[in-house]
Design a protein. Structure first.
Lengths: 173, 185
């Protein structure tokens, strides 16, 4: 069982594995793999904690009810699965700043946290605007040959490449 | 064939969790729960992300369309429009480039102990989704349906049998992966 404790698998093995996993989600759950809707539901759950049932009346939360569903459990599972994999390979560690970031942009905590938070806000907002993320559009939508997903996935990378290059060019220390 | 399983709520929650555990395990083993690998893709120095995505798409596309041809699965293409897919996609990309994780890999990064993913990525993504919920009625009336094309798929757009697109697409994406390997990416 050495392969379970390997630090990294071939990207093709991982990709084929994800592809096969998607066969089973269509077959057994009638659902494509996706992640970002779960964040919208969670956001609604948090709002409901503070504002009560009024929050659930928002048109967006009528469309995506703030409840635990298949996809919400999937995102919880991703945390667990990654934890298991990282533990098996000895890669689990508390890390504040990623290596590539600190090498190019410095090891101060605040800039990384701020860029990550603002980036997260923009990404969460954009995922809902586009109706999906790198999983829901980028893998599950493109494999169904959906026009919306091919357009969105290409735009994810255009925006991402331009932004990452700008950050590593103009903010480099 | 499995339609009676779709309606079993408890079973589906367990299946969702199991799917997520395998998905998260694979993402971590692929290295894409690391900021360094994802940002390497966006800086075009490390092609791991694209290799994983394209091999998943080829495998998934062939299998899911096969299940569909057998009558064992249905497709669920998402609706879209130029206003939603293109503009939303570009906004997502800007955030993706800043954060260095996407909504799936950010959860995986939390699982392997990355603090920037938790307090930056997950917190931010939740706030961003909340802001969208506030603006949704106005955006729906203005931007989201500009250039609407609904739940269109490429085979329907071209008016052909899905396999007429699936096979050439699989060959083209596999060829792209081969080219990446040939030029050493």
């Amino acid at each position: 069982m050495d392969w379970l404790s390997m630090k990294q698998w071939s990207p093709y093995a991982v990709g084929v594995g994800i592809g096969i996993l998607s066969w089973f989600t269509f077959l057994l759950s009638d659902k494509p793999i996706g992640c970002s809707t779960a964040f919208a539901r969670t956001s609604g759950m948090i709002e409901r904690l503070f504002r009560g049932s009024k929050a659930a009346e928002k048109p967006y939360y009528v469309k995506f009810a703030p409840t635990v569903d298949w996809e919400w459990m999937l995102v919880v599972g991703v945390i667990v699965g990654s934890f298991i994999s990282a533990k098996l390979s000895g890669q689990f560690q508390i890390q504040w700043i990623p290596g590539k970031w600190s090498a190019a942009l410095g090891s101060a905590l605040l800039p990384r946290w701020l860029v990550a938070l603002i980036g997260g806000i923009i990404m969460g907002f954009g995922a809902r605007w586009a109706g999906g993320c790198t999983s829901g559009h980028g893998i599950s939508g493109t494999l169904q040959l959906a026009v919306s997903s091919w357009l969105a996935a290409i735009c994810f990378f255009i925006g991402g490449i331009a932004t990452a290059m700008a950050i590593f060019t103009f903010l480099a220390v | 064939m499995f339609t009676h399983v779709y309606a079993q709520k408890g079973t589906q929650l367990v299946l969702g969790l199991m799917t997520g555990v395998i998905f998260g395990f694979l993402l971590q083993k692929g290295g894409v729960t690391n900021y360094d690998v994802i940002i390497g893709q966006l800086l075009l120095t490390d092609f791991t992300v694209i290799k994983i995505m394209l091999s998943a798409v080829i495998t998934g596309m062939l299998g899911v369309h096969f299940l569909r041809s057998l009558g064992l699965a249905q497709l669920h293409p998402k609706p879209g429009s130029l206003g939603a897919s293109v503009i939303g996609g570009l906004i997502f990309g800007v955030g993706f480039g800043m954060l260095g994780y996407c909504p799936g890999t950010v959860a995986g990064a939390v699982g392997q102990g990355y603090i920037d993913a938790l307090f930056g990525g997950v917190a931010g993504t939740l706030i961003g989704a909340g802001i969208f919920a506030v603006l949704f009625p106005r955006l729906e009336a203005s931007m989201l349906h500009k250039g609407d094309f609904g739940k269109l798929t490429l085979p329907r757009l071209l008016g052909v049998n899905p396999w007429m697109v699936v096979v050439p697409a699989a060959v083209a994406l596999a060829a792209l992966l081969l080219i990446f390997e040939k030029i050493g990416l």
